[in-house]
Design a binder for this molecule. Structure first.
Ligand code: AOF
Ligand code: ZN
Length: 384
């Protein structure tokens, strides 16, 4: 067994926390002595012991003189748990091999520094790329305090997300749809536009045996969401946020709603907010000043609420606005081996669109995976 084998094991262990550790990172740790693994662990759930301490708790013998392989730099701060650097030193671990550095300002290099100052041999950046790929969400959220947004869509090989009649069940096969369920479990939030709610009346939950449903976020500028929609009716069971953009409190220029629709409609709107809240929906007024939801501001508010990641599931208008607002970090495109054709069949991104090819949103290819009969292509969005 080599250093690489042990770090690969630590990476595998870290994945056990997917969906449960947010907004904290996925971390795995392996302790090795005389060529044998004598302890291993991972961060299981938000607020629980860190990977390093779980690995130490599992020790089958003394770790005196042992090596720890850990996918993320050990912490050195008192948070929900005491510093992992202390546990490492107390147990006499002599060498620590680290994958990713921790951009958390409370740690950021200080963890490795403390260990080194105490005489531990510290090897940093080992299999860094592989370790970094565990935590795009954490790295983004800890530095920006806004959610990491993944735009996901399923389309045919000719780029359609529905037939010309609007039928969309199903584009991709069961394996790909199962993968989407896992993606929903991984993200703390899921976001759609009101068009999708009116067309599909979706639940946006996770139907996996062992999964966690995301907080449901609906962008609904004019608060059109029906009170009898599944989302509203189940809001007490699954947290649901409706972001709207009709400013009730200010008058004059900002109050687009009032100007366009008059005082009677305004009273109705107030009543609707009351009813939605009564049914357990959290309503958020986030206006861009011209009657639309300000997506950048919405991301800041959701970030403050502790939401580190959002799966954006359309529709085309919201996808276009989100890309143009610069809030999307990643695109996951599922492509089914079929062709719908049809001038009126919808595509994943609609809205205003680009003027010229040079105005397109630029992506960077990540990876392509075959899932059942379908293909999943993952891209990072280039931030300009
Ligand atoms: C984790 N799990 O395995 C490691 C973490 O809120 P706390 O006290 O749990 O501290 C969270 C911070 O600790 C986190 O932002 C990261 O910087 C560091 N390392 N966190 O949740 C772990 N190793
Ligand atoms: Zn720690």
């Amino acid at each position: 067994m080599t250093d690489k084998d042990y770090m690969e094991r630590a990476i595998e262990l870290a994945k056990g926390g997917i969906g449960w550790t947010n907004p904290n990172p996925l971390v795995g740790a392996v302790i090795v002595k005389d060529g044998r693994i004598i302890g291993e662990g991972y961060h299981r759930r938000y607020g629980e012991l860190h990977a390093e301490r779980n690995a130490i708790a599992s020790l089958t013998e003394s770790a005196q003189g042992a090596t720890m392989y850990v996918t993320l730099e050990p912490c050195c701060h008192y948070g929900k748990t005491p510093p992992c650097t202390e546990a490492i030193l107390e147990n006499g671990i002599r060498r620590v091999v680290i994958g990713s550095s921790d951009p958390n300002p409370k740690v950021a290099g200080k963890g490795a520094g403390i260990l080194r100052a105490a005489g531990v041999q510290v090897d940093e950046d080992f299999m860094r790329k592989e370790c970094d790929s565990l935590n795009p969400i954490f790295f983004h959220y800890i530095t920006s305090r806004t959610p990491y947004v993944i735009m996901k869509y399923a389309m045919t090989a000719d780029g359609k997300i529905a037939t010309k009649t609007g039928a969309s069940k199903w584009i991709t096969g069961e394996a790909a749809r199962n993968k989407v369920q896992k993606l929903r479990h991984r993200c703390m939030g899921i976001m759609v536009g009101i068009g999708t709610v009116l067309a599909d009346d979706p639940m946006l939950n996770v139907r996996l045996l062992e999964g966690k449903s995301p907080i449901r976020i609906i962008c609904d500028s004019h608060l059109r969401i029906p009170l009898d929609s599944q989302l509203v009716q189940t809001a007490k069971e699954y947290p649901t946020i409706v972001a709207y953009a009709t400013d009730l409190n200010s008058d004059g220029e900002a109050s687009v709603w009032k100007k366009e629709r008059g005082p009677v409609q305004e009273v109705r709107l107030q009543e609707k907010i009351g009813k939605l809240e009564g049914l357990g929906v959290q309503t958020l007024m986030v206006s861009n000043g011209s009657g639309q939801v300000d997506l950048k501001k919405l991301m800041e508010i959701l970030g403050e609420q502790g939401i580190d990641s959002i799966l954006l599931e359309g529709g085309g208008i919201l996808n276009d606005s989100a890309l143009r607002a610069g809030i999307v970090q990643e695109v996951q495109a599922f492509i089914a081996p079929k062709i719908f054709g049809g001038h009126d069949a919808r595509t994943p991104v609609a809205g205003v669109g680009a003027e010229l090819p040079k105005d397109g949103i630029l992506l960077e290819f990540g990876k392509a995976t075959q899932i059942g009969e379908d293909l999943l292509i993952e891209y990072k969005v280039r931030q300009v």
